[in-house]
Write a protein that binds this ligand. Structure first.
Ligand code: PLP
Length: 426
């Protein structure tokens, strides 16, 4: 975004149009919500047959036996074999648990306060604990941290992933930095996939904390939107090769594959970390919901079955992302007041507006009946120091609603930019 090149006359003309669009939306009593990255009903319907798939008599697998009863398990062996390649791990490294990978991340951080992960001694309780947080990032990583008393040190995202010069410097000198949040593929919200060089440096860097862990939240590992599928290097392999086999905890889930409210989650790591996790988890539960795991096993049947299913998600989502990008290009393309991402996968488009105006854009949109994710949500504490970033979540609304919401959003971006750059009266 290069403000000196903004043509005041063109911005004034755009502002006049934007004000008319904004007023019309306000008068129409519009009520639209593009806040959270939830799957839409058509996506949920793709997995509806899964609800009919189990029947009386189908409750046994070769390796786990009778799934109706209590019994600890790392996850159904056949299911781990299907999902391991999709997360670039081996079945032995993979643990399958109930819905919500976020709950596994919460569990790992919380457990570390009582029982440090391998390499550490005792627990972290009573110590200052800091995690690195690439920004903009996923708001719930930040709220898990504040809930559990972990301080966050922000690191800017680049097109290749987090700023690695800064990451290496920070982790090398500060033993209180015990972890780092990463969404390495189709990142929330920037859509960035970490480059091979970033993965290599994360795996190889020296850390002052012996029990430092990368929380590798690969939530969008298989959520492609385009035929060009991003390639992410396998972190567990990179860490092992760099002599830090216990460096990374990998997370994932089927929340946006099957049901956000009824999927399965994944934890993957080195043998020592898996043993650490299973021990902690064994005190929390006598075993996960194995029948839901069986449901997923029967529904997919194979790794290829999952890939074919994700193609159907793409067919629903690609037109929605196209609609968002079309609007941004048409309404803001040559004004110089905004920049945005064009992701190849994941759930978000990240929009950067004129610094100091993101909060105002959200306020204007609210006035016109369009709920946007609060400005600052992609930064710890909900505060974007530049008040610039807005996360657009295209998946949930219908394409028609999205078109309407985007007309309002781009109008608000222009109005707020004009207020700031043309010294407009509010
Ligand atoms: N991780 C990221 C990066 C996400 O964007 C989300 C949901 O939006 C989650 C985790 C939540 O995953 P789950 O439903 O498995 O808890």
């Amino acid at each position: 975004m290069n403000h000196p090149t903004v043509d005041p006359q063109r911005l004034r003309e755009a502002r006049d149009r934007a004000r008319r669009d904004h007023a019309a939306a306000k008068d129409s009593g519009l009520r639209l919500d593009i806040t959270r990255g939830k799957p839409c009903s058509a996506q949920l319907d793709l997995s509806e047959p899964m609800l009919d798939i189990l029947h009386a008599g189908d409750h046994v697998t070769d390796t786990e036996g009778d799934l109706r009863n209590y019994s600890p398990t790392q996850g159904l062996a056949e299911l781990r074999a299907i999902f391991a390649p999709l997360l670039d791990v081996t079945p032995e490294q993979l643990v399958v648990r109930d819905n919500s990978s976020l709950s596994l991340m919460h569990q790992c951080v919380a457990a570390s306060f009582f029982h440090a992960p391998p390499g550490g001694e005792g627990g972290w309780a009573g110590q200052t604990v800091r995690f690195l947080a690439p920004v903009p990032g996923y708001d719930r990583h930040f709220t898990v941290s504040s809930e559990l008393g972990v301080e966050l040190v922000t690191v800017p995202m680049t097109p290749d992933g987090p700023d690695m010069d800064l990451v290496e410097e920070l982790v090398a000198k500060d033993p209180t930095i015990k972890g780092m949040w990463c969404v390495p593929k189709y990142s929330n919200p920037t859509g960035v996939t970490y480059s091979s060089e970033t993965v290599r440096r994360l795996a190889a860097m020296e850390t002052a904390a012996p029990d430092f862990r990368i929380y590798w939240d690969n939530a969008y590992a298989i959520h492609h939107l385009r035929s060009t599928e991003a390639q992410l290097d396998p972190i567990l392999q990179a860490c092992a090769e760099a002599g830090h086999p216990d460096r990374a905890f990998v997370f994932g889930s089927t929340s946006k594959v099957t049901f956000a409210g009824g999927g399965i989650s994944f934890f993957a790591s080195s043998p020592a970390n898996v043993a650490w996790y299973l021990k902690r988890d064994g005190f929390r539960s006598i075993g996960p919901d194995k029948l839901n795991q069986l449901r997923h096993l029967r529904f997919f049947g194979s790794t290829e079955g999952v890939a074919a299913h994700m193609q159907k998600h793409r067919e629903i989502l690609e037109p929605k992302f196209d609609a968002v990008l079309r609007h941004l290009e048409k309404d803001l393309g040559d004004l110089g007041v905004a920049e945005w991402t064009d992701p190849d996968g994941g759930y978000f488009v990240s929009l950067d507006v004129v610094p100091g105006t993101a909060g105002r854009v959200v306020e204007l949109a609210q006035e016109a009946g369009v709920a946007l994710t609060p400005a600052g949500a992609t930064f710890p504490g909900g505060v974007d120091p530049d008040d610039r970033n807005i996360r657009i979540a295209p998946t949930m609304p219908t394409t028609d609603d999205l078109e309407t919401a985007m007309t309002v959003l781009t109008a608000c971006v222009v109005i707020a930019a004009a207020e700031r750059l043309l010294d407009d009266e509010r």
